[in-house]
Ligand binder design. Structure first.
Ligand code: NAD
Length: 262
């Protein structure tokens, strides 16, 4: 199916690795020019080179910087001629006990996983509505739907974003102008972050990282972790011309791990 995205521009945040990279690659495969960001330039350049080699017809621009800062966001926005598609993403907050978190930890989590996406939506949504096309996808977490106790910073900050998005996505000045805003909720995806989480869990329990991973996999009905490529494919689908009637939704990608009917 032609997704009708040829020649569009996407800003994909935090995209040198993992889920962000999966989204950038899937969009590039649809002929979308991409601006990708990450903090470290080396991995970012390697990813850009791989996307250019795989999809020579698209333009790939890179912006090295911290997307959770005003400067990082300004640089990312300046690099994108027009943001038709915005994929909001940043690193997730660390696990821990809420008794140990003070204001600084909370502000960092809110900056990364709530306020940065809101700032980027604010900076881009009016241009989208003026042009009559826009797709915003926020990478959040399955923890928004089924909270994970040690990830309280993530549960809290991402739920704040989710509530905000639920309100603005339904504004007729936005939805009525062919601009959609949806959240993609990853369950367990085989990325560097997941591997680090496994290694940390293994260090605590004395089990090996492989044993931890095997145990986690068996708890997922699909019996495996998701891949960044399949995450990216769903992101591209949400961004397609055909998906204009799909807005304000929270889409869980978890291989069936969430046990509820809805
Ligand atoms: P990852 O660690 O594999 O990749 C993260 C990417 O983001 C890297 O390219 C990194 O350079 C970039 N990045 C991180 N912080 C940044 C910042 N401040 N500014 C710019 N770039 C930044 O992580 P991932 O697994 O792809 O996860 C992406 C998001 O999804 C995270 O917020 C994570 O918490 C969330 N998530 C992941 C999973 C999973 O199973 N992988 C599950 C639930 C939620």
């Amino acid at each position: 199916m032609d997704m009708g995205l040829q020649g569009r521009w996407a800003l994909v945040c935090a995209a040198s690795k993992g889920l962000g990279r999966g989204c950038a690659e899937a969009l590039a495969a649809e002929g979308v020019n991409v601006v990708i960001t990450a903090r470290g330039d080396e991995a970012l350049q390697a990813t850009a080179a791989a996307i250019r080699a795989a999809y020579p017809g698209v333009e790939v621009r890179t912006v090295a910087g911290d997307i959770t800062t005003a400067e990082g966001r300004a640089a990312a926005l300046a690099a994108c001629p027009q943001v038709d598609i915005l994929v909001n993403n940043a690193g997730g907050p660390p696990p821990g006990d809420f008794r140990q978190w003070g204001r600084d930890e909370w502000i960092a989590a809110l900056d990364a996983n709530m306020l940065t996406p809101i700032e980027l939506i604010k900076a881009t949504v009016d241009g989208m509505t003026a042009r009559g096309f826009g797709r915003i996808v926020n990478i959040t977490s399955g923890a928004v739907k089924a909270p994970i106790d040690v990830l309280g910073l993530s549960n809290g900050a991402r739920s704040g974003l989710t509530g905000f998005v639920a309100g603005i996505a339904r504004q007729s000045a936005i939805a009525g102008r062919n601009v959609t805003i949806n959240n993609l909720l990853p369950g367990a995806f085989d990325t560097e972050r997941l591997q680090k989480t496994m290694a940390a869990g293994a260090a605590k329990t004395g089990a090996s990282a492989d044993e931890m991973a095997a145990k986690r996999r068996t708890g997922i009905p699909a019996q495996r972790f998701g891949t960044a490529a399949e995450f990216g494919a769903i992101c591209a689908m949400l961004c397609s011309a055909q998906a204009g009637y799909l807005t304000g939704q929270n889409i869980l990608l978890d291989g069936g791990a969430y046990p509820g009917t809805f």
